[in-house]
Design a protein around this ligand. Structure first.
Ligand code: ADP
Ligand code: MG
Length: 699
């Protein structure tokens, strides 16, 4: 690659050397990150077509994409709703209909009975259950028509670039690779090729671009072909190396060592009405150790809903306070920030530490006073929302930032946090808490730049939430259950979901439902919270519910985050089929926080899709967030599970974390090996796969 890079500068591997590549084409290729002939070789096909053999028409199945040959036995122009040309093709007695909506008179004239044709297209089941191809590619078999030697690659592309151009470009690039085998360096240690046999880089590239016709192409598509595995492994390795490089770069920053006396922590522990679980103690030890170092901690604390992350955060905060540094605690919503504030007040005020509170609602003089207290260092612990911390806030000596995440923590946010970066050359320690567990293999690959702590144990005495799925025709029964639970002094949630994105409609639905439930449940005090209430109003309703002055809370999914009311033992979720597994699990985590046996009713609207059935069944069968996350990964794929789809980062070119999970551990081992034996190869590998301008490489 070094050689290739140098020569790229000298123009030897410049794309301009290729036939058919002018400035406009170069710009288009550049948009796809292709700047050299070598880059072109790493632009791999998405899939393949088999134009190397003809399929007898009798063997065609709907959804096939196939090459067929036959004789035209009839043709007609049909003028219905849409004028079309229908051509009947016959091969050994079996028939296929070819349909054209756009055709010239000349074309219709030529496609006459007796003509032999070869067609390529997608087969589907047309009206009358007849197999058809709409607008197939076709050629007459009057002259010689050799079949393709290779499977035909289909490349990921961009506007203005046809598959024909890609084949032409890659043909030339492969020719160049053939002449200069040294041009693309194989950076993987040779042992990789031996066990279990993976081809060398050059061989793999050749095969993937032009698979010989006898290649098992199902294997290619499924990703299990050794040539593909070879390259996927390399890409996973490159990402791993890139994340590790980010970690290393972070470690070059200095952080304030926060070695507290332990006095405040001891007092908090003594005052708690419970003992920490073994898992809480373990993660606390990990965090505490990190905080004492003079390198910034960046640790992801994973723990299922209700696993007790807040107290761990409070103890970490106290360690920073003992070491005379400030702590910032951020939450994604005001409701959740408030709840943290309430907890921290209960715990810390008796120790003489008064948490400061900063929200968008603080205005004018009051706001100025809080900001001043933070700047002067008088406010030791500051609680607020994420939004606030991006604003004007300045600290006296910030030692630790704790982030409570509603959703999974994306790469993008990580980079943003890091960019908040150094003050006087020092970076605060960071603890990120997430309630949505990530399967371990995935976490190791996606978060290789972070340290991970996992609370994998619930506080004792909790009973799992019993979950049932009930069709909405049995709504009355469900209402009776609410009446019964509340009659016993318990509280209940009723969650409304709506498929529309519109928050207005969603809030309206919650209002209507609250109204109707209040009518059906006379004597029960019913409150409602949704995004359209003013924050003060919402807070007031929540406070009423927390104080047990409301028995039933009707809510939109805003209550997903952190609300903690141990007396609530029943949750009804309307139309759960509209939500993802992770979100449902989060919602359900609002109950089962006390000692009472709790229930969750999934009040669905039939008919359910297969996917929805599977999701509801999983929820019914398990209460374990890690199991649910693993299922979610299988059902929806890692993009959804990691929540990075929105952020656009963490995109692989050919690897698929779901499909290629089996290679993850190997990529990690390989990363160790490269760093140990060939550290100079890390740079070129990252550059090849993760790119120059990519977020990953930039820290
Ligand atoms: P989450 O991890 O979802 O943020 P919380 O921190 O809100 O969980 O904890 C859930 C509830 O469990 C809280 O009421 C908290 O005080 C309580 N809790 C935390 N740790 C323990 C423990 N070790 N034993 C008993 N209760 C605990
Ligand atoms: Mg929490």
């Amino acid at each position: 690659m070094e050689k290739a890079d140098q020569s790229a500068q000298q123009g030897e591997t410049s794309l301009a050397r290729l036939r058919g590549v002018g400035p406009q084409m170069q710009r288009r290729l550049a948009q796809l990150g292709i700047h050299s002939i070598a880059d072109l070789l790493f632009h791999l096909p998405l899939r393949y077509q088999d134009r190397s053999r003809c399929v007898p028409i009798a063997e065609l199945r709907p959804e096939d994409e196939a090459l067929v040959e036959g004789e035209v036995v009839g043709s007609e122009i049909v003028s219905g709703r849409r004028r079309s040309l229908r051509v009947y093709l016959e091969d050994q007695g079996a028939r296929l209909l070819l349909r054209f909506f756009y055709f010239s008179a000349n074309q219709a004239e030529r496609l006459r009975p007796g003509l032999r044709l070869r067609c390529f297209g997608a087969v589907r089941l047309g009206p009358g259950y007849q197999l058809e191809m709409v607008h197939p590619e076709y050629r007459s078999l009057e002259g010689p028509a050799p079949l393709a030697d290779n499977l035909t690659p289909i490349y990921p592309t961009t506007e203005g670039l046809q598959q024909g151009s890609w084949r032409n470009l890659t043909d030339q690039a492969l020719g160049w690779l053939g002449q200069e085998p040294e041009a693309v360096t194989d950076w993987l240690p040779v042992e990789v090729h031996a066990d279990p046999g993976l081809p060398g880089l050059r061989e793999a590239l050749m095969l993937l671009h032009r698979p010989p016709r006898d290649t098992a192409w199902e294997e290619l598509l499924a990703g299990s072909h050794p040539a593909r595995q070879r390259l996927v492994l390399e890409e996973l390795l490159a990402h791993q190396l890139s994340l590790r490089r980010m970690r290393k770069q972070r470690q070059q920053f200095a952080a304030p060592p926060l070695a507290g006396s332990g006095a405040l922590c001891q007092r908090l522990l003594a005052q708690l009405p419970f003992r920490l679980t073994g898992a809480q103690q373990r993660v606390l030890g990990e965090i505490s150790g990190d905080l004492q170092r003079d390198q910034p901690m960046l640790r992801l604390l994973q723990g299922d809903v209700g696993s007790g992350k807040t107290v761990v955060a409070a103890l970490a905060a106290l360690q920073a306070v003992e070491a005379e540094h400030q702590v910032a605690l951020m939450a994604p919503t005001e409701l959740l920030a408030e709840q943290h504030l309430g907890r921290l007040r209960d715990w810390l005020v008796p120790l003489g530490v008064v948490p400061a509170w900063l929200t968008g609602r603080h205005k004018g003089q009051e706001r100025a006073r809080v900001l001043q207290a933070i700047l002067a260092g008088e406010a030791r612990v500051v609680v607020g929302t994420h939004a606030l911390f991006q604003a004007e806030l300045r600290f006296h000596n910030l030692g630790l930032v704790i982030v409570d995440e509603q959703h999974r923590f994306g790469v993008h946010q990580r980079l943003q946090l890091r960019e908040k970066g150094a003050v006087d050359g020092r970076v605060p320690h960071q603890l990120i808490m997430t309630a949505t567990p990530i399967p371990r293999t995935l976490a190791m690959s996606a978060y290789a730049d972070l340290d991970l702590s996992v609370i994998d144990q619930r506080p004792p005495g909790r009973q799992p939430v019993t979950t049932v799925a009930v069709p909405d025709s049995r709504r009355e029964e469900v209402i009776a259950r609410v009446r019964e639970a509340c009659g016993r002094g318990r509280q209940a949630y009723w969650v409304c979901t709506l498929v529309e994105e519109s928050e207005v409609l969603q809030c309206q639905a919650a209002e209507d439902t609250a109204q109707r439930l209040a009518e059906s449940l006379p004597g029960l005090r019913v409150g409602r919270v949704h995004g359209r209430l003013k924050p003060a109003e919402r807070e007031a309703v929540m406070a009423e519910f927390v104080a047990n002055r409301l028995e039933l809370l009707v809510a939109t999914t805003v209550i997903e985050v952190g609300v903690d009311v141990p007396n609530a033992s029943l949750m009804v979720i309307e139309n759960p089929e509209r939500l993802g597994l992770a979100q449902l699990h989060q919602l359900r985590g609002r109950v089962g926080r006390g000692e009472a046996a709790s229930h969750c009713v999934l009040l669905f609207h039939p008919p359910l899709s297969e996917q929805a059935k599977t999701r509801l069944a999983i929820l019914r069968d398990t209460d374990d967030g890690f199991v649910i996350a693993q299922k979610d990964l299988e059902l929806r794929g890692p993009g959804e599970v990691l929540g990075t789809r929105q952020t656009g980062a963490m995109q692989f070119r050919i690897a698929d974390l779901g499909r290629d999970q089996a290679l993850l551990a190997r990529a990690q081992r390989l990363a160790d090996e490269i760093l140990e034996r060939f550290p100079e190869r890390a740079g070129p590998l990252i550059e090849r796969w993760v790119g120059r301008g990519g977020d990953y490489a930039r820290v």
